[in-house]
Each structure stands twice: as C-alpha cells, then as structure tokens.
Design a protein around this ligand. Structure first.
Ligand SMILES: [Zn+2]
Length: 213
C-alpha cells in the first residue's frame, strides 16, 4: 500500500521514512528529489525545471504530475511508495488521487507525525553535541544521560549553526501550508496521527502497527 508521511521539520520524519524504506522495502518519493534528478538527467523537462528554479519560481503542478506519473507507473514501486513532502495543497492531493487511480493504485495510509511548537523549540535550543564522540543529546530531555556521558559532560556543546529563528520559521511555514491538506485528509478513515514527541522507538513501533493492518 502507498503511504503519505506528514510531519513538521524536527518531528523526525526523515528517520521514520528511512526506517519504513528499509524494514518494509519501500521507495521514498520526494518531489524535490524528482525535480533535482530530472535536472541532472538533462532532459528537456529537466532544462525547463532548471530555468524555473534559477528564476526563483516553483515547478508547476503539471510538471510535478508528469514526474510523479513516471514513478507511479514503475512496477518496481507498485504499492510501495512513501510520499514525502507531497501533496502540499488540496489541488495536488486531488491530482495525486487521480494519477494513482489511473494506475489502479491508491493511498493506503496517511500518517501525520504531530509535534507542537514548544517541543520543537526545546529540541532545537537544548541540543548539545559531544566534541569527542559526536553523540547528540538534549539538555531538556536527556538530563541523566548528560550527567553520565562517558566522554565527560564538559565536551557536550551547542552548535552555533542551530539557528532557532530559521528553524522556527520553517516549522511555522510548514504548519501553515500543510494545515489545509491535513484537514482534507483527516476526514479519511486511513488517516493516522502519531504523537511525534514520543521517542523514536515508540514512533517506529506505532508506525509498524499502522502498516500491519
Ligand atoms: Zn562523547
């Protein structure tokens, strides 16, 4: 069955998508990758996309649909696609249904990893990385692990590039643009919301349960 995975930046969507790809043998379809790949192939469509992007414009729904169709028609990926970062609007959602339907496929599960803004902020502000072993911990969520860190807690430092404002802005943009799409899908019986503030393992196990049904 095909899956759509939603989640704001910082919700751990990438980690969970990787897990689904490996454990359940899925193909992760991100429209960003599709567009970049087409540019790399230097097809006429690829050249068109390159020009749009270099002019600061977005690829049209029509272009995205053409590329989506190419992947959906590929038998290797049949009923094994995770849509990541797509659809971003109701028009795209309806289009996706139409394209899938044309190839006798559908969306089996819609999974939304929901994390509220305060948790995202704490995840960003509290993040410390060990200068010796590179392990990442969080001042709010891993207090005892930090105290007991084998390299010594003095090596756990904050990275300067963890720019809170930028990440929060990305989070807010995601929530605003995705809200209508989520409202659209939430009426669907295949819609599943997961509390993204749980641990990676708990989220993975919930996703496993959803995919088993
Ligand atoms: Zn360390």
């Amino acid at each position: 069955m095909n899956i759509i995975l939603f989640g704001p930046p910082g919700a751990g969507k990438g980690t969970q998508a990787n897990f689904i790809v490996k454990k359940h043998n899925y193909f992760q379809l991100s429209t960003g990758d599709l567009l970049r790949n087409e540019v790399k192939l230097k097809t006429s469509l690829g050249k068109e996309i390159e020009e749009l992007i270099s002019n600061g414009k977005f690829a049209s729904d029509q272009i995205v649909n053409t590329l989506l169709r190419k992947s959906i028609v590929n038998l290797k990926f049949r009923d094994r696609i995770i849509f990541d970062g797509y659809p971003r609007s109701i028009v795209q959602a309806k289009n996706l249904d139409k394209v899938l339907d044309g190839f006798n496929q559908n969306i089996g599960k819609i999974i939304f990893l929901n994390v509220d803004r305060q948790i995202i902020e704490k995840r960003i502000i509290g993040r410390v990385t060990c200068e010796i072993c590179n392990m990442t911990l969080n001042e709010f969520f891993n207090k005892s692990e930090i105290e007991l860190h084998p390299c010594g807690k003095e090596f756990l430092v904050k990275r300067k590039d963890d720019n809170l404002q930028t990440l929060i802005a990305r989070y807010d943009t995601y929530i605003t643009t995705t809200k209508p799409v989520l409202d659209f899908y939430s009426k669907n019986k295949n819609f599943n919301e997961i509390d993204g503030s749980s641990s990676i393992e708990e989220i993975t196990s919930k996703i496993n349960d959803i995919l088993k049904v």
